[in-house]
Write a protein that binds this ligand. Structure first.
Ligand SMILES: *[C@@H]1O[C@H](CO)[C@@H](O)[C@H](O)[C@H]1NC(C)=O
Ligand SMILES: *[C@@H]1O[C@H](CO)[C@@H](O)[C@H](O)[C@H]1NC(C)=O
Length: 243
């Protein structure tokens, strides 16, 4: 009997994954989240527990910064109303210790993990699009396809500068396409506990609770009846060998 118990507990330890309070293995994220008293401006909501350093939070506010040399002004100067959303998106990506359920392995020259399909609250995505729709860009996927010969991203030949709303007809197009599905558009509302907020007010980070919800869902899926059945069969096979 003790043997079965031991085996079951080993199995459950191996099946239950920790999604809480971790940093992705990206280009600038720390290995462990922790307090950062000097986080800059729009990144300050993460100061109690952050995956970014103060230095990274400064870079998050600059055009073509040392972070990725990424120039928001690739089709003329981006409006400050639009830019603040890209700054917030950068703070969220660099600083959030609550992305565990959406971290995926990736083979790329500059990172070994990425985020995929993080469910964004509707208001955060809609406002991003609203404030950027009349700004100019030349591509709908900002992860690939740029001309980097100058050191920062330039529009590739043939890619015309047009209004955001032409490249991204709906808000969902912007949030989902711009970073190749890092975000997923939802109609879930801020404060619902089911979607992630880029913008955080108040001392409590509402995304902790959201991450806990999706982490539980994932771990429950692992402990679902089919998975349990497979485990039981394995256990029986092992037991019969033992005898
Ligand atoms: C921030 O980090 C970059 C890249 O590692 C480095 O070049 C720069 O000197 C740092 N700045 C500060 C203020 O530490
Ligand atoms: C990239 O831009 C440079 C100018 O900065 C240009 O000479 C070159 O032809 C461009 N390459 C491509 C593939 O568009």
């Amino acid at each position: 009997m003790w043997w079965i118990l031991l085996c079951l507990s080993v199995a459950s330890i191996e099946c239950t994954k920790n999604y809480m309070n971790i940093c992705m293995v990206g280009k600038h994220q720390k290995s462990e989240p922790g307090r950062e008293d000097e986080l800059h401006n729009q990144c300050t909501p993460w100061k109690d527990n952050a995956c970014c350093t103060a230095n990274t939070s400064i870079g998050a506010h600059e055009d073509a910064s040392f972070l990725y040399n990424f120039d928001w002004n690739h089709c003329g100067t981006m409006s400050s109303a639009c830019r603040k959303h890209f700054i917030q998106d950068t703070c969220f990506y660099e600083c959030s210790p609550n992305l565990g359920p959406w971290i995926q392995k990736v083979s790329s020259s500059w990172r070994s993990e990425r985020i995929l399909d993080v469910p964004l609250c509707q208001e955060d995505c809609d406002q991003w699009w609203e404030d950027c729709k009349d700004d100019l860009t030349c591509k709908d996927n900002w992860h690939t396809g740029w001309n980097w010969t100058s050191g920062s991203n330039r529009c590739p030949s043939g890619a015309k500068c047009k209004r955001f709303r032409e490249y991204f007809p709906r808000s969902s197009d912007l949030c989902e396409k711009v970073w190749s599905n890092s975000y997923k558009y939802t109609t879930l509302k801020r404060g619902s506990g089911r979607c992630m907020q880029l913008w955080i007010e108040g001392a409590q980070n509402p995304n902790v609770q959201v991450t806990q919800y999706y982490a539980n869902l994932r771990n429950r899926a692992v402990a679902s009846p089919p998975a349990t059945l497979v485990l039981l069969v394995l256990l029986l096979v092992l037991l019969s060998r033992e005898v």
